[in-house]
Design a protein around this ligand. Structure first.
Ligand code: GDP
Ligand code: GDP
Length: 454
């Protein structure tokens, strides 16, 4: 049997190199009661309340979206980790190691009114050896008089103490400025979709009805707004008005041009599909419903999924179907297209015009799923529940855990799981299934990758 999606959908990143798409991770480390949660709240601007907690009790949410000076950050409160580790010092040390592995910058919080303790000094050792940027936060500096005590923390030997009152906000802006300075330069902004009409690629093997559908669409609405011709960049697109909006159909010249039936035809068709996908946001894959699903249909669907574009499946030539074929078609779809089950489906006839008007709602659905973003707080609540109810199976005495997750991007939605070990494929598929059940994502592939702390 043909596996439509392959495992390319899940790219795994085992190293901790800078992944441009993940907002930098800022981990907050320190002994209990030094004010980590309060500081996280302060950084978030109290947009999301961190759960009130008793020391030693697991917090079910650890990662939060934050923004400072226009830069997105993921703030991780490590206070919730390892509540059951043997002894405070061991727990904090382990927490610090995790933070160092996962974070781009570590905020090491010390209670300035208490001063440096032995545990603090042990943590400093770990942090210093990591080579990661560390900012020393001298917390509970509520007034100028306490600044002296903050200065005493120079003795820890990891640089300048940043005096802050997490509770009142004093110094927190300066601290965040310092965080941004410690981060690597932000990558150039990812190429966002150009404005203008949404870009649609009409794909499918020869004779499924692409040019018929194109003609129908252009004629039905009578408005071929423009034939974009002659420019080197977009030599072959057509702007078509559908549902009151203009859409850019990519490479319509390639659809209308008939391919000669020679040995290279397949190769050129693949190239054409590839280059149309590169420029498209959403693909409509036409399938001839009157015939059995061909390997070429599946290959085109795989190409769309791998390109990370939104997908609509259009079963054409519906006018040719009888009861029996309809029955077998459903079974075929169930059996062979299970990996694209999330794609909206329309059953159309380019010949009679049946349900051609359903195409626009399907495109809208797919594009919406493609651009959907789940707030990190919601995501982590979801993962906390999921992992508690369905932990990863134990392998070789170890049980990888999802520490937190973040949505690194949209178009398509991309998730990064920060884990304590490699999540096996079955578990990742389970996660994707549950993510879709919870948050939808119709019409779009979803990428899940891992950052593993070995
Ligand atoms: P965590 O265990 O490190 O997360 O510490 P919390 O954020 O729960 O704070 C512990 C206690 O210290 C709470 O009672 C906070 O209100 C208090 N606290 C936190 N930051 C400050 C601060 O800047 N000044 C003062 N005076 N108290 C603070
Ligand atoms: P393309 O190669 O994908 O562009 O396919 P065409 O649009 O050239 O269509 C191939 C053949 O299928 C032509 O003979 C069309 O008339 C026929 N065709 C296309 N759509 C339909 C449809 O919905 N119903 C029926 N019965 N025939 C269709």
């Amino acid at each position: 049997e043909y596996d439509v999606v392959e495992s390319a959908e899940f790219e795994t990143a085992g190293d901790f190199g800078a992944d441009e798409r993940i907002p930098p991770v800022v981990a907050v480390v320190g002994r209990p009661n030094v004010g980590k949660s309060t500081l996280v709240n302060r950084i978030l601007g109290r947009r999301e309340a961190v759960v009130e907690d008793v020391p030693g009790v697991t917090r079910d949410r650890v990662a939060y979206d934050a923004e400072w000076s226009g830069r997105r950050l993921t703030v991780v409160d490590t206070g919730g980790w390892l509540p059951d580790a043997a002894g405070l010092a061991a727990a904090i040390a382990e927490q610090a190691r995790m933070a160092v592995d996962l974070a781009d910058v570590v905020l090491f919080v010390v209670d300035a009114t208490v001063g440096a303790t032995d545990v603090d000094e042990a943590v400093v050792d770990i942090l210093r050896r990591s080579g990661k940027p560390v900012l020393l936060v001298a917390n509970k500096v509520d007034d100028a008089a306490t600044e002296l005590e903050a200065a005493a923390l120079w003795s820890l030997g990891i640089g300048e103490p940043h005096p802050v009152s997490a509770l009142h906000g004093r110094g927190s802006g300066d601290l965040l400025d310092a965080v941004l300075e410690a981060l690597p330069e932000p990558p150039p902004p990812v190429q966002t979709a150009e404005g203008g009409p949404r870009r649609v690629a009409l794909l499918g093997r020869p004779n499924v009805g692409k040019s018929s559908l194109l003609n129908k669409l252009a004629r039905e609405d009578r408005v071929v707004v423009d034939d974009v011709a002659g420019t080197t960049r977009d030599p072959v697109d057509e702007l078509i008005e559908l549902g009151g909006r203009t859409w850019r159909f990519i490479d319509t010249a390639g659809i209308r041009r008939r391919y000669r039936e020679n040995q290279g035809a397949d190769f050129y068709a693949t190239l054409r599909t590839q280059s149309a996908l590169e420029r498209a946001e959403v693909a409509v894959v036409l399938i001839d419903a009157s015939q059995s699903l061909a390997e070429q249909d599946l290959r085109i669907i795989s190409m769309v999924i791998e390109s990370g574009r939104a997908l609509v499946l259009a079963y054409n030539k519906w006018d040719l179907l009888d009861e029996e074929r309809r029955y077998y078609l459903e079974r075929e779809i169930d059996r062979q297209l299970h990996n694209a089950r999330w794609a909206p489906r329309v059953n159309i006839s380019a010949y009679t015009g049946r349900h051609v008007d359903k195409l626009v709602p399907a495109l809208d659905t797919a594009l919406e799923g493609w651009g959907h973003r789940v707030p990190t707080a919601k995501l982590n609540q979801f993962f906390a529940e999921l992992v508690a109810a369905h932990p990863h199976p134990i392998r070789g005495g170890k049980q990888p855990r999802v520490l937190f997750a973040t949505q690194a991007g949209v178009r398509p939605p991309r998730f990064v799981l920060f884990t304590t070990g490699f999540l096996e494929e079955g578990y990742r598929r389970f996660i994707e299934r549950r993510l879709r059940e919870e948050f939808g994502f119709p019409g779009t592939p979803v990428e899940i990758s891992m950052r593993i702390r070995e």
